[in-house]
Design a protein around this ligand. Structure first.
Ligand SMILES: [Zn+2]
Length: 148
C-alpha cells in the first residue's frame, strides 16, 4: 500500500532530531506516552518484562536514536562496537506479527515484526524474526533472521 504522508513541518533546514517528546504517543505503537512506555526503559527506570516489550523498546530507540540503549539491550556475545543511524531514515511504524516464548516464564523467545520507514520520501519496510534471550536476568536481543 503506497502511503503518502502530509508534510508536517515547513522545510526550514535539515533536521536530524527525532520528533518524539516525553508526552508524544510512544513510537512503538502501544497506547501510552513515550515517557510512560519505552521512555522508561530507555532511561533505565523499568526493565522489559517480556521479549516483545524489549523489542518494542528497541524499535523506539531507533526512532529516538538512543544508541546507548540499543547497545545495552544487545547480548554481550553479539553486540556490535557501535551503532550508526542512517540520517535519511525515518521510522514510521511497527507491526508485531507473532511471538513465541519470551514471557516471565521463559528464558528465550522470538518476535516477528515488520518495521516501516521512509528514506527521502520512499516507503520501505523491514521484516525480521528476532531472537531474544535473558542475560543477567534481563531480556536482551541476540540475533535476527531477516526475510523480506
Ligand atoms: Zn513504547
Amino acid at each position: 500500500m503506497a502511503k503518502k504522508s502530509a508534510r508536517r513541518r515547513p522545510a526550514t533546514g535539515p533536521t536530524t532530531e527525532p520528533q518524539v517528546g516525553p508526552a508524544s504517543p510512544c513510537p512503538c505503537g502501544l497506547a501510552a506516552s513515550y515517557r510512560a512506555c519505552c521512555g522508561s526503559l530507555h532511561t533505565g527506570h523499568t526493565t522489559a518484562a517480556t521479549a516483545e516489550r524489549l523489542m518494542r523498546s528497541r524499535y523506539s530507540a531507533f526512532v529516538v536514536r538512543d544508541a546507548a540503549y540499543l547497545l545495552r539491550s544487545w547480548h554481550s556475545s553479539t553486540r556490535p562496537g557501535g551503532i550508526s543511524f542512517e540520517p535519511a531514515q525515518r521510522w514510521t511504524g511497527l507491526e508485531v506479527l507473532r511471538t513465541t516464548g519470551g514471557t516471565a516464564f521463559h528464558t528465550d523467545g522470538t518476535v516477528e515484526f515488520r518495521a516501516h520507514f521512509t528514506v527521502r520520501g520512499h516507503a520501505h519496510s523491514q521484516h525480521e524474526l528476532s531472537h531474544f534471550v535473558r542475560e543477567d536476568g534481563h531480556w536482551v536481543y541476540l540475533s535476527a533472521a531477516e526475510d523480506r
